[in-house]
Design a protein around this ligand. Sequence first.
Ligand code: NAD
Length: 263
Amino acid sequence: MNLTDRVVVVTGGAGGIGSALARRFAAEGAAAIVVADLNADAARAVAEAVGPVAHPVGLDVTDEEQVRALVADTEQRYGRIDLFCANAGVATGGGVDAPDADWDRAWRVNMLSHVYTARAVLPAMLARGGGHLLMTCSAAGVLTAVGDAPYTATKHAAVGFAEWLAITYRDRGIRVSALCPQGVDTPMLSEGLAAGHLGAKVIAASGAVLTPDQVADSVVAGLAEERFLILPHPEVAAYALRRAEDPDGWQAGLRKLVRRLTA
Ligand SMILES: NC(=O)c1ccc[n+]([C@@H]2O[C@H](COP(=O)([O-])OP(=O)(O)OC[C@H]3O[C@@H](n4cnc5c(N)ncnc54)[C@H](O)[C@@H]3O)[C@@H](O)[C@H]2O)c1
């Protein structure tokens, strides 16, 4: 897919990666970009900065009715959705003792929202015989996020769901991509680093911390090649291979890194 004249929706569009995607899609010549976010004021500010091609919407991706309305309103306003970027996500932190409320929030935002999105966008895309769904998962979805069990489990689930969608719908014209960055310089990571969270330190020690604009570059390249797995950090592929070939050795290496960072 190239972005010229495309109608695109970006959820979490007011955040670091989402706003970079919106800016980049505008530069690539998209016909319309719907910037949707829980933070409606921030979505409006991003849309204003992107320009007249952008349209802000306030919504909660964990509310299925709101997701349906977003899709229906966009299709009515612009005639179709070519690319839906399900990018909203949350990192709650915590381990087995994290409160149920945190597990529930992580599950609903990082995973269940993708089901709501697929239910809402697939009928029109299938009827037209084409469409692209980009799900922002995480390197945590193919590896692990030290210090954040709900994030690890829900991002793994999201990658699994993305793969299921890709296999089930590809022959009917639907493309699915799972965007799996490692560290990206957005509030999600910078706040963790500022607070001295172990997970944020592990991410920073595991590879480059990219700018959201660099992630947007990878997304545009990955969409052009219609790739399933979009890895802005190429080292994640090497880590995933090592994890698959030698899970015990890979876990030992990660434990060693954690011991070094906590010494
Ligand atoms: N920053 C990183 O290091 C990193 C690495 C890998 C993956 N990711 C993923 O990238 C995506 C974007 O995160 P970011 O780094 O830009 O963080 P961010 O916190 O800057 O942006 C996340 C955005 O999602 C919005 N959001 C949260 N809950 C929502 C909801 N229920 N409904 C609608 N919008 C909601 C927030 O308001 C925010 O604008 C997330 O899915 C995140 O898990 C981030």
